[in-house]
Design a protein around this ligand. Sequence first.
Ligand code: UGA
Length: 441
Amino acid sequence: MKISVIGTGYVGLIQSVGLAEFGFDVVGIDIDETKVKRLNEGKCPLYEDDLEELLKKHVGNKLKFTTSYDEIKDSAVIFLCVGTPQDDEGNADLRFIYSATESIKNQLDDGYKILVIKSTVPIGTNRKIKELLKDYNVAVVSNPEFLREGIAVYDFFNPERIVLGFENLEYKKPIDVMKEIYSHFDNNIPFIITDWESAEMIKYASNAFLATKISFVNELSKLSDEVGADIKIVTKAMGIDKRIGNKFLNAGIGYAGSCFPKDIKALIKQFENNNISPKLIKATDEVNEEQICWFFNKIKNYYNNDINQKIFAVLGLAFKPNTDDLRESRGIKLIDLLLKNGAIVKGFDYVEKARENTINRYKLDKSKAFYGYNLYILEDLYETVKDADAIVITTEYNFNNEDWEKIKTAVKNKVVFDGRNILNAEKIKKLGFEYYGVGRK
Ligand code: UGA
């Protein structure tokens, strides 16, 4: 079966290499010529574990990339994986969805095709796409993705559930084709076969629930700090209760990335567009926006509100470990706040491309150029902490594995602000460091 995948971002690229690995003939389509050229040379545009290896394995055989929508003509199934960024008002911007739908439409004839929407789209979008294609023999299927950046390839091959939304559950053809495509997974993986709107909502509901868990513990962490409780112990005990579960209860400086912040804002808009006031989800968003400011104030207070010319070693640039993705990164937000308040920042990330992206971000953003000279991005952690007035942890890498004896001799002032509660606080304190976590001391 020949399959086209439109969009070669995180979702589309992983879908393309994953389907090629399953043995399908896959064509990845993207409007970006340079990207397509590089992909055909086996060069991966983004950092993701195992992705480049898989790309190299299949490109030129089961997998090719092109800018031409012509390839759709003889594809039985088309996966739509273009971005749905946030617009100025917080809505999901569907510009790319609709322009891709138009391009697909231009290639359709009488033959039967299945168009699968993998992009995260507001509830009702699959129906609108079908309306645009009503004169053609096309089934539209909603198939939201649940890939986590950094381990997206693993997630593709080990899904916890496959969600499929159809126009009409009586009509078996598209259901059977989709089941065939995903038949390569273990038999025990649950398939949720439902209508379009429920499938679309499952995606938003899942992300919003996880984000709410995070904001819930982050709100508690502030109280924890005031009353002297340890949020790490509180959440550990909470998580033992199976009804609560022990995942996504790590207090920190807030959730980030390309999905949670944007999806939560888009869900709020969908409530408002339906004249319902989204109280809980709005609070999730507000708590998240505030958390980094609260943490920054904690740092500032330590220095009696004067951090001018103080040197901060910020460990973690990308929004989470093992990615180069800076989108909404709390580390970057904190660097902005530190620089704006006159501090000198030495930034570090284990991922080279995350460091490169940070350098480019500050170079390109002219509004930040005036304090750009106070920022140094380094490739060695020990060089980063050298002469620092404080170490600030912003990404949840396991920094416990570093040589803290060596770090101790390198820093100017032995104080750590652990924005991800990742360090073994007792060990650090025994070495003579002052330790400030999020909701724990
Ligand atoms: C998230 C979802 O986890 C995926 O299931 C979903 O498919 C994806 O969004 C998407 O919509 O495409 P991702 O953005 O890669 O995946 O990141 P997560 O691992 O979920 O982490 C999101 C943020 O939450 C990170 O900034 C992380 O630091 C933060 N987080 C996570 C916490 O602050 N505390 C926790 O306990 C867990």
